[in-house]
Design a protein. Structure first.
Lengths: 125, 150
């Protein structure tokens, strides 16, 4: 791993297009993309293997949804910072995600700049 | 919520989606009620089922060429069938999910299903008529089909 890399990013989303977009669009120094999962079950398995320090998390997914996965990941690793990225744009959903342990919330559709701003807040906040 | 308000929620969502995702504005044509309850679908159709306080479905249907150019605008290099299905489902998911801002958290959405090709009519709730919102982007035409019970 590069000595300057301070954060290891895992992307969780059931959309391949979104996973690849986040992988391409993040351009903050110190963040290394380490892997992507298609649902909560895969995310839990990959977390154990890849040891990410940052996660972007969709909510509406098959197998295990994002809210349940956030809860399980934070129980396993309280230091993990999770940015929920979801089309569910109501305040209640955002509050529930934060209560389950997420560190931030970004609504789809997002611009590259909004993504990087949200990731920056996550690692500096 | 009145029909006009329902339509406005989805029109706003369409405009926001194109502006944020492909950084080019789309235009919405005049929405209309489908008189025969069977609006024409295009090459790819993403469908979201709605339940909770409102019931019904939201579908986004678009030609392959339009979805391919959208992927290019998103810097995606793989314009294959799987990614086209993925994109059309994600658009339907995003437009439905965004509507919760106005319809409330009891507006529950499914994961998307995708239909390829003009393979027959969509399944609408009984005694409803779909609202069709025409979408124009560059030289392409797509439709958002919204069918919700009151």
């Amino acid at each position: 791993m590069n000595a300057e890399v301070m954060h290891r990013l895992m992307v969780v989303d059931d959309s391949n297009v979104i996973r690849r977009r986040i992988e391409r669009a993040h351009d903050l120094p110190g963040i290394e993309f380490v892997g992507a999962a298609r649902n909560g079950v895969e995310a839990l398995e990959m977390h154990a293997r890849l040891k990410p320090t940052l996660v972007t998390m969709d909510l509406t997914m098959p197998e295990m949804d994002g809210a349940e996965c956030v809860e399980k990941l934070v129980a396993r690793d309280p230091e993990l910072r999770i940015l929920v990225i979801s089309a569910l744009a109501d305040k209640l959903t955002a509050i529930e995600a934060i209560e389950k342990g997420a560190s931030g919330f970004l609504c789809k559709p997002f611009t590259d700049r909004q993504l990087n701003d949200a990731l920056r807040k996550l690692i500096t906040g | 919520m009145a029909l006009e308000s329902d339509v406005a929620v989805f029109v706003d969502g369409v405009l926001r989606y194109f502006q944020n995702t492909v950084q080019q504005a789309a235009e919405c044509g005049t929405p209309y009620l489908a008189m025969d309850a069977d609006p024409e679908t295009s090459d790819y159709t993403g469908i979201i089922r709605i339940d909770g306080r409102r019931e019904g479905m939201v579908a986004f249907t678009a030609p392959k060429s339009m979805l391919s150019v959208m992927l290019m605008r998103m810097q995606e290099t793989d314009m294959g069938h799987d990614n086209l299905c993925d994109l059309v489902g994600e658009i339907a998911n995003t437009l439905s999910g965004n509507a919760r801002r106005d319809f409330g958290a009891q507006f529950n959405i499914s994961v998307p299903t995708v239909v390829f090709g003009r393979s027959g009519p969509l399944q609408y709730p009984d005694s409803t008529r779909p609202i069709v919102i025409p979408i124009h982007w560059r030289n392409y035409n797509a439709r958002l089909i919204v069918c919700l019970k009151d």
